[in-house]
Design a protein around this ligand. Structure first.
Ligand code: PMP
Length: 435
């Protein structure tokens, strides 16, 4: 818990100013923000369009409770957001972050089935996944090291393998048959639970935090979605990390024509200017709720300033989104060119401005470093000393430990800054792991 309650010698640097893709600390050191924090900041630091919108909202209606009032901020944001979401007749439930969104989505799924007279106690999730740190979100997160201390509390989830091309769980079917195998296993898992027992399948359309920018094959989502649809299982797309332009489209779902029943959103929604999360669901899921009302709520749900922040970000993204795919290609090309022949780089992968580098002890066997070597931590520190912030994960999509360097810079990062970010990342990896 160091650096939570009191500043100590191990505390991270104190940030005093941030603009665009740059952060300055109190000593005057400048950092390139290669990760937008925890892959959060899309529209860049210091966006006055967003800070002005929040200030104006706080000055007019700072807070009302969602059960007592609605606001123009929430109503207009929800209506505008619905126009870009990949679902019909989308309804929006604003909360304060990704974990709250996942908790809400799980309850919404169960409540939907109960209202239709079905109990459906089980949720299916994927190994290696991360959906949040609160109890319900952790219950559907497939990373053993995060779950372990709390397992007595985490029940009701069955896991299927993640779509993880680098270490495909079905090597005998790889590459053309693995999506079919994933779908077959999902169908088996649902069927083994029993008819009408599974409420939902939750997954990131493109694996983010723990799975590290894992892009599934084009036929993965159509097949998985069909299995769910045929069995009345709701599909929850967790787009907390991949939403709002991060992958070069509005949402990760958009790359696959995927139309989920429920979506969870956060991070880039308000670009870090306000702790905003959102749940979106189809009109069908919404209208099935008892007496058309979902019994749920948090003190800060439907916060007007969060909605104002989200709406300002949405407007800015309309002008930014078109350039993200090309920027992502540039970053990916630079990283691959510098690392393709590195003996400890197993995989460089990603889409848009979500890129990952998976570090391995041995490239031919893809075996990870033992966690005690703290490779990721060393890379992160060396990069920071060189004025570059990288994010990372110490987990792999198969649930095992690993060292994954993640880059997710603000979507407004310039081409020159992207080149420098790639160069600094390559330098940090090579310094920690010489060729
Ligand atoms: N889902 C996904 C896919 C995430 O990446 C995260 C955060 N890394 C969460 C949920 C939880 O979000 P939060 O940290 O805002 O609670």
């Amino acid at each position: 818990m160091s650096n939570v309650y009191a500043r100590s010698a191990d505390s991270p640097p104190r940030a005093v100013r941030a603009r665009g893709s740059l952060i300055w600390d109190e000593t005057g050191r400048r950092y390139l923000d290669g990760s937008g924090g925890a892959i959060v900041v899309g529209v860049g630091h210091g966006a006055t369009e967003v800070t002005d919108a929040i200030a104006a909202q706080l000055a007019s209606v700072g807070y009302v409770h969602g059960s007592q009032f609605t606001t123009e901020a929430v109503d207009s944001y929800a209506a505008d957001l619905a126009t870009v979401l990949p679902m019909k007749d989308a309804r929006i439930y604003p909360v304060s972050g990704g974990s709250e969104a996942v908790e809400t989505a799980l309850k919404l799924a169960r409540s939907y089935h109960l209202a239709r007279g079905e109990d459906r106690p089980v949720v299916i999730a994927r190994t290696g996944s991360y959906h949040g740190n609160s109890r319900g979100a952790l219950a559907v997160s497939g990373r053993p090291s995060l779950r372990e201390p709390y397992t007595p509390w985490l029940s009701g989830t069955r896991f299927v393998a993640a779509a993880y091309e680098y270490r495909c769980p079905f090597p005998q079917a790889h590459p053309d048959g693995c999506a079919a195998e994933h779908a077959r296993r999902l169908a088996d898992t649902i069927d083994r639970c029993g008819a009408n027992r599974v409420a939902a399948f939750i997954a990131e359309p493109i694996g983010g935090a723990t799975t590290g920018a894992c892009v599934p094959t084009p036929d993965y989502w159509p097949r998985m979605a069909r299995v769910c649809r045929e069995r009345g299982v709701l599909l929850i797309a967790d787009e907390v990390m991949t939403g709002f332009g991060r992958t070069g489209r509005w949402f990760g779902c958009d790359h696959f024509g995927l139309r989920p029943d429920i979506m969870t959103l956060g991070k880039g929604a308000a670009s870090g200017y306000w702790p905003l999360g959102l749940v979106a669901c189809t009109g069908t899921v919404h209208d099935a709720q008892p007496a058309n009302r979902f019994v749920h709520g948090f003190t800060y749900s439907h916060h007007p300033a969060g909605a104002a922040a989200g709406h300002a970000v949405l407007r800015l993204l309309r002008g930014i989104l078109g350039g993200v795919a090309a920027k992502g290609d540039r970053l990916a090309t630079a990283l691959s060119a510098g690392l393709a022949d590195h003996p400890h780089v197993g995989d460089v992968r990603g889409i848009g401005l979500l890129q990952a580098i998976e570090l391995v002890a041995d490239r031919s066997s893809a075996s990870p470093f033992p966690r005690r070597r703290r490779v990721l931590e060393q890379v992160t520190r060396v990069a920071a000393d060189d004025g570059m912030v990288v994010y990372g994960s110490t987990g792999c999509a198969n649930g095992a430990d690993g060292d994954l360097v993640l880059l997710g810079p603000p979507l407004v990062t310039t081409q020159d800054q992207l080149d420098t970010m790639a160069a600094k990342t390559i330098r940090a990896i090579t310094e920690v792991l010489p060729r």
